[in-house]
Design a protein. Sequence first.
Lengths: 206, 206
Amino acid sequence: MLPSKVQQLVQLLARLPGVGDKTAQRFALFLAASEMDTARALGDALHAMADGIGSCARCGHIAEVSGPDTPPCCDICGDNKRDSTRLCVVARIQDLLSIERSNAFRGHYFVLGRLLSPLEGVGAEELPVDALKLRIDGADPPVTEVLIATPPSVDGEATALLIAQELAPLDVQVSRLASGVPHGGDLEFADPITISRAIAGRRGMD
Amino acid sequence: MLPSKVQQLVQLLARLPGVGDKTAQRFALFLAASEMDTARALGDALHAMADGIGSCARCGHIAEVSGPDTPPCCDICGDNKRDSTRLCVVARIQDLLSIERSNAFRGHYFVLGRLLSPLEGVGAEELPVDALKLRIDGADPPVTEVLIATPPSVDGEATALLIAQELAPLDVQVSRLASGVPHGGDLEFADPITISRAIAGRRGMD
């Protein structure tokens, strides 16, 4: 019922996370029904990003590409005011941004890009553990602490355990993000695992 | 925290209906983190649509542009097997597609593009009522029935009333989509207005 050019757009929009065929059709019809300027601007922005943005060669965060021969370097890796002795390992760029918003960590990052997931067929060999070891080995000044900030889910915990094991031979302190009742959260509605983690991770009040 | 090229993309994605800044950032990070092929393909598809798709000159539905001098004509207006004596007036292209899926109407359409909406500042002069009258006046074979299929909301009802008044001098029968309890719906959970409409619109069981 729709021209093929609109259908192709719908299929591509449906690849976006959380977008099904209905929502993709809604997006495409919105773009087709408004002035085509929005569609063109969005097309240009996508091409500009595809050509001008890459992965930071050091940490995997989003970085601007400065030239064909220069490996991309993100703002965080390029910021020499940050504490280079601390490295935070995150699963996704979104998690990095979330930690940055908290202003509680001023070190550097390492983005895994994925978590161990037996159900989705992601095994240990698909995690960039060797790249992480190289990053720590080659660091100057040396990295003294690695904070594993994978999410407190089954996959996130498994990934944290694997990384902790892999980093054990290295001369770094490995820590893990605390898990417990969130700020503003209600004990009444917290699930039993969160409660038991909050109890297991209790801290002395000095 | 994100490069300007990614931020520009986020701003444009946030114009999509139902997409806020957070979702737009999620879309942009998804596209930036996957191979750039998806971003490029989406950019190409948007340009292809912007260049190759327009509004049907007769009904306002989406239509392929065949040349710079030919007014676009959609599949429905171009289909001479359809009943040209019936015209269905809809608010949006989505509504047209929904009616097409029902297979219950084989006439032609007229897409208003918007509804009367005092709250959003859309007055009668912004509705294409003159274009609708021209469409009916100039039709050959003549249009004998106009089915107003705007939604049964406050704005939709106001628009239907306005159009019915405007079409009164013309020699056409004006009808309105029935409103009542939907198929599979439960009387227990139907709202009072739906119930009262279903009663007011009751039909004899001959």
